[in-house]
Write a protein that binds this ligand. Sequence first.
Ligand SMILES: [Zn+2]
Ligand SMILES: [Zn+2]
Length: 94
Amino acid sequence: MKDATKQALPPCPYCREPLDSGHLYCGRCGRDPSAPRRPCPKCGRVTPTAERACWNCGAAFKSDMRWKVALIVGLFLLSFVLSIVLALVKVLFS
Ligand SMILES: [Zn+2]
Ligand SMILES: [Zn+2]
């Protein structure tokens, strides 16, 4: 009897615990099953987007910071190369 009502509800996307109707948060892991989530690149389990590390294996999500670091390094290299070119131009045409 109880199994029939439990099967109608989808399990928790994080810990696979069957969810009770009327509860906004999972009774086992305490997470919101309707919150936006993303898959972990390491273990494949989904983690809420608001969390910075995978709840299952502890892998940190660094993907949103990586392009900023690349941009800063690229700008630094560009200004470095430009200053060298300008110095060469000054030496050659003086
Ligand atoms: Zn859960
Ligand atoms: Zn993981």
